[in-house]
Ligand binder design. Structure first.
Ligand code: C2E
Ligand code: CA
Ligand code: CA
Ligand code: CA
Length: 278
């Protein structure tokens, strides 16, 4: 479903293999890639449209393959999830994102949050909270600047979700529901789970100008979030028209190609330098 329209400079890579042997090969390559440190994080700026400021970034993993080039997450995250390799990979992502955020803070850039995607496999792992606690201590990042993006499906086991999210909130970090509107949502639980932010899925944003159903859904999500005192961000914003619609509905946090694609850390720093000198 992901659009590779050249903005991410992805090389063409084979679809997710179906045969057992190809899967096993991919599994072994992922394991090796972890050891060889071939994964890299790109960061997509999150913009406050009222001030134009970068208020944070979302860390998005890529595999910098020595011969195949940059491989998008859609090609390896599913296998990493199936095989459990998402747990060490996810820890690497968390640690790297937190230390990068700390580096930017120490260089004196205005405070920014970093959002990290969690997979359900990580979420249901008993030591998730412990390992996040460790990473916070190690990287000495202020917990309020770490946001975890979870999906609606992870909250389906209500008891587990209350327990895990409660302990994560105790650490002082932020919780965002990613891809909001695409899965199971129980509005009552949003309040119960003390969710900080909803991210409107890009599939709704995409057709906002042409599909009145999508426009209505988006408007309703924004109003509902406001009523519940939850922040709301829209992803996949590609045009001025989409941006204007979102703003008219009161959604002022956005990310998308209209502003910036996901970028390597050095390019984020160039952007930050530019903003500082303005
Ligand atoms: P996601 O969390 O929904 O991330 C948003 C995806 O939309 C990213 O694709 C991003 O590059 C892309 N995108 C950003 N702006 C635009 C836009 O304006 N238009 C369009 N069409 N697309 C836009 P990416 O980086 O390929 O990531 C795909 C998915 O892979 C992510 O979807 C996320 O579910 C997963 N993923 C990425 N990194 C991680 C990670 O570190 N851990 C886990 N568990 N999953 C990850
Ligand atoms: Ca996300
Ligand atoms: Ca999404
Ligand atoms: Ca997602």
């Amino acid at each position: 479903r992901m659009k590779d329209d050249g903005k991410n400079n992805y090389t063409i890579f084979k679809p997710i293999p179906n045969s057992g042997i190809e899967r096993l090969t991919l599994e072994n390559s992922i394991r090796k890639a972890l050891q060889l440190n071939e994964f890299v994080l790109y960061y997509q700026p999150k913009i406050d449209t009222l001030t134009g400021q970068i208020i944070g970034t979302e860390a998005l993993v890529r595999w910098n393959h020595p011969t195949l080039g940059l491989i998008p997450p859609g090609k390896f995250i599913p296998i990493a999830e199936e095989t459990g390799l998402i747990v060490p990979l996810g820890e690497w992502v968390l640690r790297t994102a937190c230390s990068q955020n700390k580096i930017w803070k120490e260089k004196g850039y205005p405070p920014m949050s970093v959002s990290v995607n969690l997979s359900s496999r990580q979420f249901s792992k008993h030591n998730l909270v412990e390992s996040i606690k460790e990473i916070l201590l190690e990287t000495r990042i202020d917990p309020q600047y770490l946001e975890l993006e979870i999906t609606e499906s992870m909250t389906m086991n209500v008891e587990v979700a209350i327990e895990v999210l409660g302990r994560l909130k105790e650490l002082g970090i932020q919780i965002c529901i990613d891809d909001f509107g695409t899965g199971y949502s129980n509005l009552y639980y949003l309040k119960l789970f003390s969710i900080d932010r909803l991210k409107i899925d890009q599939s709704f944003v995409r057709d906002i100008m042409t599909d009145s159903n999508d426009a209505n859904i988006v408007a309703t999500i924004i109003a509902m979030a406001h009523n519940l005192g939850i922040d709301v961000i829209a992803e996949g914003v590609e045009t001025k028209e989409q941006l204007d619609f979102l703003r008219s509905q009161g959604c002022h946090e956005v990310q998308g190609f209209y502003y910036h694609p996901p970028l390597p850390a050095e390019q984020i720093e160039q952007l930050l330098l530019k903003t500082l000198s303005m």
